[in-house]
Design a protein around this ligand. Sequence first.
Ligand SMILES: C[S@@+](CC[C@H](N)C(=O)[O-])C[C@H]1O[C@@H](n2cnc3c(N)ncnc32)[C@H](O)[C@@H]1O
Length: 249
Amino acid sequence: MTDWAEKNRSHFDEQASTYNSKFRNSIEQITRAIQERLDFIGVDWVDPSSSSEDEAAASSSKAASPKEKSIRLLDYACGTGMISRALAPYITQSIGIDISSSMVEEYNSSASNQGLSASEMRAFVGDLLSPIPSPSLSPPEFHDFDIAAVGLGFHHFTDPRLAALRLAERLKKGGVLFIVDFLPHEHVHGHAAHTVVHMGFEEKDIRTWFEEAGVGAGFRYEVLGKGMVVMHDGREQKRSLFMARGTKM
Ligand SMILES: C[S@@+](CC[C@H](N)C(=O)[O-])C[C@H]1O[C@@H](n2cnc3c(N)ncnc32)[C@H](O)[C@@H]1O
């Protein structure tokens, strides 16, 4: 594990139990922004209204089975599961991966509190960005995703270019890489400063990394209107957020 990865692991292990309450406003704001941009992300989503109709039809006629549609999400650096929960109505399975076991525990208890089974939403401890990705992430269930997403994770990664590549490898052809992160900003202060490798990103870098990773098709990038205020040790810092997406060809 690199120094940065280890710093992130121990920091987020400590922060996991208070993460959702501390960042409640930001999580709600980003969740709304994601749900308003399903077309922008451009996955062939499951229609949330049709799945309950299918279930009703299936239970009234034993012979008719619902049309099986599978949309699988890889939520990398999943934390407590913001992205998985935002997209849950529109997908059939989410698999979270995070370097912090305490974040993974939070993710999994939130999934079971929502009544979701392990096959619908489950997170695992692992690191796809180490020189040799965690061997526990080799089985087929960790491949061929329809969408790989990273929420506020790229600025914690030593090598975002490698992150785009490793995530692209986990997508099926036609799958989408989707990220949410910060535009360039001032230096981070406070207790999380030692976990932040990049003070935001420029569009041109994101576009280049997506292209180099083979997920540059249909690249789209949007700056989210209002920005966000983050608190670090009692200091307010204003940040602007972007979303980016690209398709694997
Ligand atoms: C700011 S949190 C974001 C969590 C979540 N995606 C969200 O949007 O709420 C950053 C997360 O990245 C994870 N992380 C940092 N470096 C990582 C790495 N190399 N591999 C996997 N996860 C990592 C941390 O443990 C932490 O859960």
